[in-house]
Design a protein around this ligand. Structure first.
Ligand SMILES: [Ca+2]
Ligand SMILES: [Ca+2]
Length: 203
């Protein structure tokens, strides 16, 4: 859903041919969501290291997990989105390992512009690496009941996110780090995505 305008994403049209390469060598596959939880909860955490996706009813519960228990008092997402203090704390907490198990937050997708509405967080076992391989991928956001919904994204730990308008990394694509609005062309269009390192070129 469109809430506000203001493009801050990084245009990557020049790389589109590369990004549509069919074989994502080395990318960590997204675990299949536990159907019931993934489809009923509003806020989902995908943990690659544990091989599972868990969804929560409230942004507060979700953020407690995403932050490794460091942020247990998150306000409602619409309030959190406009709370500069909270956003600063979020960025400080989520850059770097968030748990003693060494999980790193790669990216979050939000339903509305300016980091509001439903959210999906993606936790990696290590920061995104500039090694010529995708660091993670999701072939179809419909599996998370999040197809054609994304309006803003955030990334941390050296990750960039590439959104694609169709499943399996097809359709139009664009690359972002922190974007409170993914832009008119990609708004409510993303159906798959991949994570890579900042400035990484993948052939
Ligand atoms: Ca990589
Ligand atoms: Ca789509």
């Amino acid at each position: 859903m469109r809430v506000r305008t203001g493009v801050t994403g990084l245009a990557a049209a020049a790389c589109a041919g590369v990004l549509l390469a069919p074989t994502p060598a080395g990318a960590a596959p997204v675990p299949t969501p536990e159907a019931a939880g993934a489809r009923t909860g509003s806020y989902c955490v995908v943990k690659v290291s544990e091989g599972k996706t868990t969804c929560y009813d409230t942004f507060r519960e979700y953020m407690a997990v995403m932050s490794g228990g460091r942020i247990t008092d998150a306000p409602a997402p619409e309030k959190a989105a406009t709370d500069k203090k909270f956003q600063a704390r979020l960025n400080k907490t989520l850059n770097g390992p968030v748990t003693t198990m060494g999980e790193y937050t790669g990216a979050q997708l939000y339903e509305h512009g300016h980091f509001g509405g439903r959210a999906i967080g993606y936790a990696l076992s290590e920061p995104c690496k500039n090694d010529g391989k995708w660091d993670a991928e999701m072939t179809n956001l419909d599996d998370m009941n999040f197809d054609d919904m994304t309006s803003s994204v955030q990334t941390w730990n050296n990750c960039y996110i590439v959104l694609y308008s169709s499943a399996n990394f097809k359709g139009i694509s664009n690359t972002y780090d922190q974007a409170d609005w993914v832009g008119e062309a990609m708004n409510d269009q993303a159906t798959s995505y991949r994570l890579k390192a900042r400035g990484e070129v993948i052939r």
